[in-house]
Design a protein around this ligand. Structure first.
Ligand SMILES: [Zn+2]
Length: 219
């Protein structure tokens, strides 16, 4: 589990220099929410983001999009970006390239069926686990792979909300891509941490952007 704490991203960047983690952007924070859409939780996040005029990126699980199409529409209607997080939250290390890419395409089809035709196909590997062969296949099909540089640890029940909050504010800076989860597992911490993070960076004059708000060329 330590692999996913904030010390890891520098190593990730070293291993995967072509993948997007921190973005060159002054006074902007890129909030990302993985694993939704989920009833009650995603709408709560959307309302809170609206209170701060914040935009974010939601890395959706395909089967959750199919189960919760109305919430998926709310994400889009509120002007957020959406990315692909596979259809069944696959672990790339345990999946063949064919299974992994098909599972990802199935989510892209769910997006299409729900009237979402993105200009840019953002993809985030569940658990951050993806083989180079899978990543190359996705990049060849036009996906942009988005990692992160700060992970809140909101899903980790061994971490207090206070510790999650400290994880974020001690590690995030201009252009940071921060991982949260709009999932039932993470909600215990998310409900306390997200309002504080929004307040903290708003007071410092930061804006919250979605990944479609910046040109990613050269990133
Ligand atoms: Zn996930």
């Amino acid at each position: 589990m330590n692999l996913f704490l904030p010390k890891y991203p520098s190593l990730l960047k070293l291993l995967y220099p072509k993948r997007i983690s921190r973005i060159q952007d002054e006074n902007a924070i890129y909030l990302t929410f993985d694993d939704g859409p989920i009833p009650e939780i995603t709408p709560w996040v959307l309302d809170l983001l609206d209170d701060y005029s914040a935009k974010a990126t939601f890395f959706c699980i395909g089967e959750n999009v199919v189960k919760n199409p109305n919430i998926f529409q709310s994400i889009l209607k509120n002007g957020h970006a959406v990315g692909n997080h596979t259809y069944n939250h696959l672990n790339g290390w345990k999946s063949s390239k064919a299974v992994y890419t098909q599972n990802t395409e199935k989510t892209q089809q769910a997006f299409k069926d729900n009237h979402y035709h993105p200009e840019t196909r953002f993809f985030r590997p569940p658990y951050g686990r993806i083989k180079n062969s899978q990543a190359s296949a996705l990049v060849e099909s036009g996906y942009k792979i988005v990692m992160w540089d700060v992970i809140s640890g909101d899903y980790d029940h061994n971490l207090s909300a206070e510790k999650c909050y400290q994880n974020v504010i001690e590690n995030a800076a201009s252009g940071s891509t921060i991982v949260f989860h709009d999932s039932e597992k993470a909600f215990k911490n998310l409900r306390e941490v997200l309002p504080r993070v929004l307040r903290y960076y708003s007071e410092k004059g930061f804006t919250f952007k979605s990944l479609t708000d910046v040109p990613l060329e050269g990133q």
